[in-house]
Each structure stands twice: as structure tokens, then as C-alpha cells.
Design a protein around this ligand. Structure first.
Ligand code: SF4
Ligand code: FES
Length: 364
């Protein structure tokens, strides 16, 4: 029997999708800005979605049979399409206003520590606040803070940054045999915590780092080692007995700084070549940090609007160093004092030692 298809129009673009498809997935089929942002929904995790409300849309026509609009904005990750439905996302001022409100709520307790956060450059909340947020907050109370917690020796939880999306809890629940962490307490006391101070040891637990949309769960083997936009992501694989062995290496020169699962355009872990979700094991993620451990497939595809694309150059060869050649193998040494030959500033002025801004009289 052929699949029943429903016509749905989102931001004036019509697509046909199988019955049972959510509005979010229909919008992702169109792509670009028509697809609402999603902070808690993760297509590979059963039961995810419906928590953050960033994916709100306006249903201006319910269906062909019942054209009444839906009275309130709905979460597109949890609402399925009807035949003839009309939806407004970026064409609805109501949606944009509500989304700005949601971002304001998400940022109430979230610190603005992007300059020191390892997630900067690939943080969904950072993108969301740039695209949908307001410039200022109206919040006047003290923000909640938590001490940093080590979840085992490879993962650090910075609860202060958590937006309670539940993705890591679903990951631990669905990918590992025994979940040892969850959400404790309620309301503004709610927090991600390990039961009775237990560490997370499971071989697949590292995937919680990949699903966390913010910098609440970070890889301790990468923390503060580099900014993500200075590294070059390449796709690589290895023979692994635990997982698909298909990963992304974040390199600088020949050095592997970080290993993650490969992500798709929605920031979710991609399907591996065996057709299953490409979750990677802890051994691949934390222990295989040398280029020789991997077979490099080539540069990863990075959206050119992403800040990461700036360090993304094709090929793996480092530029040839000319100096050792002409020096017959000897390494170059810094032989001159740049300051004394630069002829930019006056000889008696050390620009870096000034306790005031430099001005024209300091220069020649
Ligand atoms: S730690 Fe990250 S993945 Fe887990 S609930 Fe918080 S924001 Fe979501
Ligand atoms: S993505 Fe839909 S509610 Fe969070």
C-alpha cells in the first residue's frame, strides 16, 4: 500500500510529507531559515523534544477539513502535520516575538561566558541568541550557580550552563546499559546530577558531550586546549570493535585536538555507513588522539556561514618550510631583534610597556 502523503505549507512553501511527520521535520525538508531552531529535540533520541519551546510556530490553518487556526503557538517538534495545514515560522511576527521571549528565559541563568567556554563557535544557544535574542535582559535577580563537577575522568559538567534540555539523560538512557545520571529536584532547583556521586563509566557515555547543545558537558581532554575555529575538522575512520569507528578529528597541523562523532546540518550525530546512528565509543573519542590511529577520509563539510569554516582549508599537507632547506636541515633561530629594526616606533619606546594608549608621537 502506498504511503499517505499530506500537503503542508510552511512560510508559503508547500511540501508533501508522509502522515505522522512533525512540522519540524517537514520544515527541515524545506531547509534554511524555514526550519525552526530546536534546542531540546534530537531526532535520534526517542522521547526528546517538547521542553525548550524554541521551535514554536503558528498554525494559521489547521487542515483542509478543519481550516480553523490553532489558538496558541505550538511546539513544531511535537506537533504532526495535517493535510492542507498552513504554518508560519519566520513569516509570523508572533513567533519571532515568542522566540525572543524563550531565548530571554533560557539566558536567565545561563552565564555569558562564551569567551572562555569550549562550546563557543558550535553552541546552539549562542547561535539562537544571535539570531533570535534581544540585546539586553530584564532580569535583576542573582543567577543560580553551581560548582563544576567531574563526571568520571573525561567529562566535566558545568551545570551553570545547562538549559535542562534532557538530551544527555536520554542519551545515557538509550545508549548505555545503565543510566547513572538524571535530573534531580524541580523548578529552578532542577539540576543534572549523578546519583550518589557516581561517575559515568559506560563505553558510550562520551556521546552526552556531542548532544549537549551548550557548554554544560565538555570533553576534559580538550578543555581550554584550543578554540574550535582554529582547528580543522576532517572525517576519519578506524577499525573499532565497539562502534562504527567513523568520526571527525579536529586537527591543527598533524595534531589531533579532539575526536567527536560526525554531525549533520542540524547539529545532530549523522548516520554511519552501516545505516545506524554514528555514535562513537569512548576509546575512539578519548584514547585515539594521534593521526596515525586513523585513516583520514578528507575535510569535513562545514557550512560556510559557520565560524568553524574559517580554519577549514582543503588538504592535509602543511605548507613546506623553506628555511630548514636553505639552512641545510638546521632549524631557524630568531637572529634579529625586531624592535630595533622595525623602524615603526621610536628606538627608546617599548610599545608593549606603555601604560597608556600609543599615539602618533611614539612612532617615527
Ligand atoms: S547538560 Fe547539556 S545535554 Fe544535559 S540537560 Fe543540560 S544542556 Fe541538556
Ligand atoms: S525543540 Fe521543540 S520544544 Fe524544544
Amino acid at each position: 500500500m502506498s504511503e499517505q502523503l499530506f500537503k503542508v505549507t510552511i512560510d508559503n512553501i508547500t511540501v508533501e510529507v508522509p502522515a505522522g511527520t512533525t512540522i519540524l521535520h517537514a520544515a527541515r525538508q524545506i531547509g534554511g531559515e524555514v526550519a525552526p531552531p530546536a534546542m531540546c529535540y534530537y531526532s535520534k533520541l526517542e522521547g526528546s523534544g517538547g521542553k525548550c519551546r524554541t521551535c514554536l510556530v503558528e498554525v494559521s490553518k489547521g487542515s483542509e477539513k478543519d481550516p480553523r487556526p490553532m489558538p496558541k503557538l505550538v511546539a513544531s517538534c511535537r506537533t504532526t502535520v495535517m493535510d492542507g495545514m498552513e504554518v508560519k515560522n519566520i513569516t509570523s511576527p508572533k513567533v519571532l516575538d515568542a522566540r525572543a521571549g524563550v531565548v530571554e528565559f533560557l539566558l536567565i541563568n545561563h552565564p555569558l561566558d562564551c569567551p572562555v567556554c569550549d562550546q563557543a563557535g558550535e553552541c546552539h544557544l549562542q547561535d539562537l541568541s544571535y539570531e533570535h535574542g534581544k540585546e539586553e535582559t530584564r532580569y535583576e535577580f542573582q543567577r543560580r550557580t553551581f560548582p563544576k563537577v567531574d563526571l568520571g575522568d573525561k567529562i566535566q559538567l558545568h551545570m551553570t550552563r545547562c538549559i535542562m534540555c534532557f538530551r544527555c539523560v536520554f542519551t545515557a538512557d538509550q545508549l548505555t546499559e545503565k543510566r547513572e545520571h538524571g535530573i534531580l529536584d524541580r523548578g529552578d532547583h532542577a539540576q543534572i546530577a549523578t546519583f550518589i556521586q557516581k561517575n559515568l563509566h559506560n563505553e558510550f557515555i562520551g556521546n552526552v558531550i556531542d548532544v549537549c547543545p551548550v557548554g554544560a558537558l565538555t570533553d576534559k581532554t580538550f578543555r581550554f586546549k584550543n578554540r574550535v575555529w582554529f582547528t580543522k575538522p576532517v572525517d576519519a575512520h578506524r577499525d573499532c570493535e565497539n562502534c562504527c569507528g567513523e568520526a571527525q578529528l579536529w586537527m591543527r597541523g598533524d595534531e589531533v585536538f579532539r575526536v567527536t562523532a560526525r554531525k549533520d546540518e542540524w547539529g545532530e550525530v549523522k548516520e554511519a555507513s552501516n545505516g545506524k546512528t554514528g555514535w562513537i565509543c569512548n576509546t575512539c573519542r578519548f584514547d585515539k588522539k594521534e593521526a596515525k590511529d586513523w585513516v583520514i577520509d578528507g575535510p569535513s563539510k562545514i557550512n560556510r556561514h559557520s565560524v568553524i569554516s574559517q580554519g577549514h582549508y582543503v588538504g592535509l599537507q602543511k605548507p613546506t618550510e623553506t628555511l630548514p632547506n636553505v639552512l641545510h636541515g638546521r632549524q631557524p633561530k630568531l637572529l634579529m631583534d625586531i624592535h630595533s629594526v622595525s623602524e615603526v616606533n621610536k628606538q627608546n619606546i617599548e610599545l608593549s610597556a606603555l601604560d597608556r594608549p600609543a599615539h602618533s608621537t611614539d612612532f617615527k
